[in-house]
Ligand binder design. Structure first.
Ligand SMILES: C[S@@+](CC[C@H](N)C(=O)[O-])C[C@H]1O[C@@H](n2cnc3c(N)ncnc32)[C@H](O)[C@@H]1O
Length: 305
């Protein structure tokens, strides 16, 4: 799986996530969710099924420390976007796996109370208008005492350095462009939701257990190859072509030109070129603090006897 990140072509980590999923992150999910045989685990907002496929690949290769366990767990996935659900299903089928995956809204999960031993969501809460409603649904469908794992970025912690002024300018223009785009789309995203997760947990009855940070870094020394610039310019042009207004399109074109200038200067700088990118994912692990329902052993009928 490619590991490159590019804050230059994206406003939030969400655009980077497709390209960031190291083995250490799969290990983290396995360690916290414990996909053991007969365990029921729900992935809320599964996208194209990256987590499930990563678990499966582990299982196919014998796993590192968890050989074969992931596939024995009962993994269920939902996403609100039907095309992603289809892609996740097809990708699983290609690998000979039947993945129970359905189209559903995270604020109305189609499952009964306490249906799962654990639930998790990766980079989903940042996209929903009411993250508390999603968390409440996770609490409802997860059994009392079960694990709830939520992973979100802190895009406020983005760091971008370039040894070239033209690079810093391109980054500034990109930030302005993506922020304006999000505002015009009425995007409810909270790009800095990551560090707020433990307090959100407490609001809905999830006991915070711990938070693990995943740094997402990239360092380039020496001018990037033409393919890197081509990919950057192509990605930006694709977004600019969707700009909903003339003003935004103009800003997007300025940004694209700035990246073109940055490319020229970087190529001229050759080995003296340095670019550093960094951002952080917050993985909050909690436990459903709800109490187990006690079996009824005493009723009025019993009392009368
Ligand atoms: C950045 S992607 C992450 C996908 C996947 N969890 C991963 O890490 O690869 C966010 C996903 O959340 C889904 N999503 C957003 N709002 C949702 C909602 N209300 N209910 C279910 N899924 C939702 C999107 O369709 C998208 O697939």
């Amino acid at each position: 799986m490619p590991r490159d990140i590019d804050l230059l072509t994206s406003n939030t980590l969400k655009h980077l996530r497709d390209r960031w999923w190291p083995d250490a992150f799969t290990t983290f999910l396995e360690d916290t969710l414990q996909p053991l045989p007969d365990k029921r685990i729900l992935d809320v907002g599964c996208g194209r099924g990256t987590a499930e496929l990563a678990f499966l690949e582990r299982q196919n290769s014998g796993g590192q420390n968890h050989g074969g366990q992931a596939a024995s767990a009962w993994l269920v996935a939902i996403d609100i976007v039907q095309s992603r659900v289809r892609e996740a299903r097809a990708a699983a089928q290609d690998r000979g796996l039947v993945l129970p995956v359905a189209t559903a809204d995270a604020v109305r999960l189609p499952f009964a109370r306490a249906s799962f031993d654990a639930s998790f969501a990766v980079a989903v809460l940042q996209h929903v208008p009411d993250p508390i409603r999603v968390l409440r649904e996770c609490v409802r469908v997860t059994r009392p005492g079960g694990r709830i794992v939520i992973v979100e970025p802190d895009n406020g912690a983005r760091y971008f350095f370039s040894s070239l002024e033209s690079g810093r300018r391109a980054f500034e223009l990109g930030t302005e462009f993506f922020a304006a785009l999000a505002t015009s789309a009425g995007d409810p995203a909270d790009p800095v939701i990551g560090p707020k997760l433990p307090s959100l947990f407490l609001e809905v009855g999830i006991e915070p257990v711990t938070v693990q940070l995943f740094p997402v870094p990239q360092v380039r020394v020496g001018a990037p190859a033409p393919s890197v610039w081509d990919a950057r310019q192509h990605a930006i042009a694709a977004v600019v072509s969707t700009a909903p207004s003339e003003a935004l399109e103009r800003l997007g074109r300025d940004y694209l030109k700035a990246v073109g200038r940055y490319r020229d200067r970087a190529t001229a700088a050759g080995p003296a070129f340095v670019e550093i990118q960094h951002t952080i994912l917050f993985a909050a692990i909690g436990q459903n603090a709800g109490e187990e329902e006690m079996p009824v052993i005493f009723s009025h009928e019993n009392e009368k006897r």
